[in-house]
Design a protein around this ligand. Structure first.
Ligand SMILES: *[C@@H]1O[C@H](CO)[C@@H](O)[C@H](O)[C@H]1NC(C)=O
Ligand SMILES: *[C@@H]1O[C@H](CO)[C@@H](O)[C@H](O)[C@H]1NC(C)=O
Ligand SMILES: *[C@@H]1O[C@H](CO)[C@@H](O)[C@H](O)[C@H]1NC(C)=O
Ligand SMILES: *[C@@H]1O[C@H](CO)[C@@H](O)[C@H](O)[C@H]1NC(C)=O
Ligand SMILES: *[C@@H]1O[C@H](CO)[C@@H](O)[C@H](O)[C@H]1NC(C)=O
Ligand SMILES: *[C@@H]1O[C@H](CO)[C@@H](O)[C@H](O)[C@H]1NC(C)=O
Ligand SMILES: *[C@@H]1O[C@H](CO)[C@@H](O)[C@H](O)[C@H]1NC(C)=O
Ligand SMILES: [Cu+2]
Length: 365
């Protein structure tokens, strides 16, 4: 008997690396170029070989010289990070938070694939699975993952593939201060990644109500649960776990959109500007980091985290920091411009609303 071809595809694909790559789709738009959706899967479903391929590509990005002249960047990995550091004040606590981070994940995936030979899709970390026990996650595996918790006063990572990486961006807005990837893993903070918090966000039926909820516990659980570099709201993309975490958060948004596509695929809103800033608002901010004499700005961090105190000036957007662009008023709209400073072309929020649209062309499975 001859199996229907769809079934053959499913059988052949299940559990193999082939399933990671692509599935043909019907284009949604008349001029769209999205004919093959990349399928983003959870990290824990990756085979060891798939994990190795992803990490090797990340190491490749970290080793590739910077090309864009973005101040302080040494390599392509930091160029992605720079777009986040430079725009931190206009891509957090605002309506553009989820759209900008969706674009950043996509740009990262694109660079891995186009410049570092990666053939898979961007993985996400199923943090719900590890909520309350991040320290045991396979993401932190020293051999097949991103290396474990930090050690010593500064929490520098001591094993794994990224142990020798030095980062030039951060803490905060600082540029040119070479430092390790540092972590202060907290299982208790990681409880915020629990499904109950996500379900709470899914009670909200409009984007303006949904995004602040998503930016709360589901977002902060991953940042605070890993801690250290990941807990720096400005320079956190210096820890490659950032990309697994924000892909998880992007999936939280995507799942919410999927629950009611007709109402939510183009639903956007929220404020464009947030007056709060990053300094002064966090607990544990009164320590002084050796090497940061007089440090009095505060990053969120565990009480033992010496990085939590940095010079206040490094926590305030420097002169020349960008302002939101493209909206008619103070509310975030589909015409809001998302800037990527040459890493990938600038686009508008409209371009990133539908992950199956011509620009992004991916889905979560
Ligand atoms: C083609 O795509 C562009 C950019 O996504 C869009 O602005 C335009 O409306 C599309 N045209 C048609 C006919 O769909
Ligand atoms: C890190 O550098 C040390 C010293 O050069 C080297 O022995 C080690 O293999 C490197 N580790 C990785 C993961 O690159
Ligand atoms: C680059 O960053 C350094 C360190 O913060 C700063 O002193 C310098 O003015 C910056 N250069 C430009 C062109 O912005
Ligand atoms: C989708 O949202 C619209 C507008 O809020 C609502 O009328 C409709 O009932 C929703 N559909 C589903 C399946 O929840
Ligand atoms: C912060 O300052 C208070 C008062 O001086 C002190 O009791 C506390 O231990 C300090 N906390 C840290 C983390 O340094
Ligand atoms: C922090 O340091 C700056 C610069 O030295 C100083 O102007 C400011 O008053 C300090 N703030 C606090 C709260 O100590
Ligand atoms: C936008 O915000 C500014 C600063 O808060 C305010 O002065 C202005 O009136 C607002 N504009 C609109 C159209 O709401
Ligand atoms: Cu961010």
């Amino acid at each position: 008997m001859v199996l229907p071809s769809l079934l053959v595809t499913l059988l052949a694909g299940s559990g193999s690396a082939a399933a990671a790559v692509a599935r043909p789709v019907t284009p949604r738009t008349s001029n769209g170029t999205c004919t093959t959706l990349l399928q983003r899967r959870a990290w824990h479903t990756f085979t060891d070989a798939e994990k190795r391929a992803y990490i090797d590509a990340e190491l490749c990005l970290m080793a590739k010289p910077a090309t864009l002249g973005l101040n302080g960047t040494k390599n392509r990995f930091e160029e992605l990070q720079w777009t986040h550091q430079h725009q931190a004040s206009i891509v957090h606590n605002v309506g553009a938070f989820l759209p900008y981070h969706r674009l950043l994940m996509w740009a990262h995936e694109k660079l891995l694939r186009e410049e570092c030979g990666y053939q898979g899709a961007q993985p996400y970390w199923d943090e719900v699975r590890d909520a309350g026990k991040f320290s045991t996650s396979d993401v932190l595996d020293p051999v097949t993952g991103f290396g474990g918790n930090g050690v010593g006063a500064y929490g520098c990572i001591a094993d794994g593939p990224f142990v020798n990486f030095t980062n030039s961006l951060g803490p905060g807005y600082r540029i040119g201060f070479e430092h390790c990837i540092y972590r202060f893993v907290s299982d208790s903070v990681s409880r915020r990644a629990a499904q109950s918090y996500i379900d709470e966000c899914y009670q909200h039926t409009t984007f303006v109500d949904f995004w602040p909820c998503a930016e709360g516990a589901p977002h902060n659980g991953g940042h605070g649960g890993i801690g250290g570099k990941m807990n720096d709201p400005i320079a956190s993309p210096g820890d490659p776990i950032f990309y697994l975490h924000h892909s998880f958060l992007d999936k939280v948004w995507w799942d919410w959109q999927e629950l009611n596509q007709s109402a939510r695929l183009m639903d956007i809103g929220g404020r464009n500007k947030f007056s709060g800033g990053f300094s002064g608002g966090f607990p544990w901010g009164n320590g002084t980091l050796p090497g940061f004499p007089g440090g009095n700005g505060s990053l969120p961090g565990a009480p033992q985290d010496p990085w939590r105190s940095v010079p206040l000036q490094d926590m305030i957007p420097p002169p020349g920091s960008p302002e939101p662009e493209g909206d008619p008023g103070n509310t975030t709209t589909l015409s809001h411009i998302l800037r990527m400073y040459g890493v990938v072309p600038d686009v508008t929020i409209a371009d990133v609303m539908d992950t199956r649209g011509p620009l992004l062309c991916f889905e979560y499975v």
